[in-house]
Design a protein around this ligand. Structure first.
Ligand SMILES: [Zn+2]
Length: 71
C-alpha cells in the first residue's frame, strides 16, 4: 500500500536518483524534471494523469519513451 503511494509521488529521477525540480508549474499542469535531463514527469491533477518521459542519453537519435500512468 505505502509502496504504491510512494511510487505515485516519486520525486526522484529513476535513472540517476537526482531529486526532480520544477520545470513548469501552472494551475492544471505540474512539470518536474531531472536536472541532468534524463526524465520529465508531467502531472495533470485535474485529469488524475501522470505522463513520464524518459530521455535516453548515450543513444543516437532522440528516441523518447513516453508512458501514460493512470491510477
Ligand atoms: Zn537523471
Amino acid at each position: 500500500m505505502w509502496k504504491s503511494i510512494r511510487a505515485w509521488f516519486r520525486e526522484e529521477c529513476p535513472h540517476c536518483r537526482e531529486k526532480l525540480t520544477y520545470l513548469r508549474h501552472t494551475l492544471h499542469t505540474h512539470v518536474k524534471h531531472c536536472p541532468n535531463g534524463h526524465y520529465i514527469l508531467e502531472t495533470h491533477p485535474v485529469l488524475g494523469v501522470q505522463v513520464e518521459i524518459h530521455q535516453e542519453s548515450g543513444r543516437s537519435g532522440n528516441s523518447n519513451q513516453q508512458q501514460l500512468i493512470t491510477p
